[in-house]
Design a protein. Structure first.
Ligand SMILES: Nc1ncnc2c1ncn2[C@@H]1O[C@H](COP(=O)(O)OP(=O)(O)OP(=O)(O)O)[C@@H](O)[C@H]1O
Ligand SMILES: [Mg+2]
Length: 271
């Protein structure tokens, strides 16, 4: 913050109040004025001078937003106070409860809380897929299972891999191979490689039995596409409602023939 020009009188009032607070007599001041008039600049100058005088200053702010977290400015205050003051402990526990990540369906509405921001969004298949993945972090879950959890696991002997499906598999393999080469993130590259391996296994199985094509193919390919699409749809809709959550999920969720949620350590959910 650069130097404040003018504002001598309001500055003097606020500095006097902060000195009173330092001597143990707290109070409240309201700084009002039209947009852009310099409220934040004024208060920042007071904060700077109080800090210079040795005061512990914590700041809580509210921004215009459709879904403000409960007690937004107090969350910020308690969080900043925590390392400094033991008395803030109970406040921190309260804050921690609010901070929990939530991915829960109640009735037909999902409550999604992430990074201290909570939104409610209507049910969708993509959100159900994401919920299944979040419920099994680090596990490979097949797209076929997500598409149809009740279907028997083994595919019928008449599920053949037709030429068109094979061609699509090969195309996907090529695509994966070039992406693996270009992927700088080792974890993501490993995920792509796992998908590549799964595809190769399927192709190999299909080419078995004396060269006669058998099994898989359309079913798995359809599941891969359908689940990929509906997860992408859900994330696209989340972009508006909760950009931080959408970004987190995009980074941590991989979709393909198998799907997987790999969060950074420490990210947990109430599901
Ligand atoms: N007295 C001042 N001297 C120097 N710069 C100032 C002063 N008041 C405001 N500014 C500058 O003008 C711009 C707008 O001020 P500021 O952000 O403090 O306004 P605001 O009242 O907090 O606005 P909003 O209502 O949007 O929150 C900032 O770049 C700030 O640094
Ligand atoms: Mg302001």
């Amino acid at each position: 913050m650069g130097d404040l020009i003018g504002r001598d009188r309001p500055l003097a009032v606020l500095l006097a109040e902060s000195r009173k607070a330092l001597s143990g007599r707290g109070g409240a001041c309201f700084v009002t004025g039209e947009a852009g008039i310099g409220k934040t600049a004024l208060v920042s100058a007071v904060v700077g001078s109080a800090r210079a005088a040795g005061a512990a200053v914590v700041v809580g702010a509210c921004w215009e937003s459709e879904e403000a977290p409960d007690c937004w400015p107090w969350l910020q205050v308690v969080r900043e106070l925590r390392p400094q003051h033991r008395f803030a402990q109970s406040g921190f526990e309260f804050y921690a409860a609010l901070r929990d990540n939530v991915f829960r369906l109640v009735g037909e509405v999902w409550t999604l809380t992430f990074a201290e921001r909570s939104v409610q969004v209507p049910d969708s298949k993509g959100l159900r897929d994401l919920h299944a993945l979040l419920s099994n972090p680090g596990a490979d879950i097949s797209a076929s299972w997500l598409l149809n959890p009740d279907a028997p696991k083994a595919l019928g002997a008449d599920d053949v891999l037709d030429d068109e499906a094979k061609a699509r598999y090969r195309q996907r393999l090529d695509e994966l191979e070039s992406r693996i080469d270009e992927e700088p993130d080792a974890r993501k590259a490993a995920r792509l490689d796992a998908e590549r391996q799964a595809l190769l296994d399927e192709l190999r199985a299909a080419a078995g039995l004396g060269g006669r094509t058998r099994r898989l193919g359309d079913t798995a390919e359809r599941a891969r596409k359908a689940v990929g699409n509906r997860v992408r749809d859900a994330l696209r809709r989340l972009d508006d409602r909760h950009p931080a959550l959408a970004a987190h999920l995009r980074g941590a969720v991989a979709t393909g023939s198998t799907c997987r949620y790999d969060p950074a350590p420490g990210v947990t959910w109430r599901l």
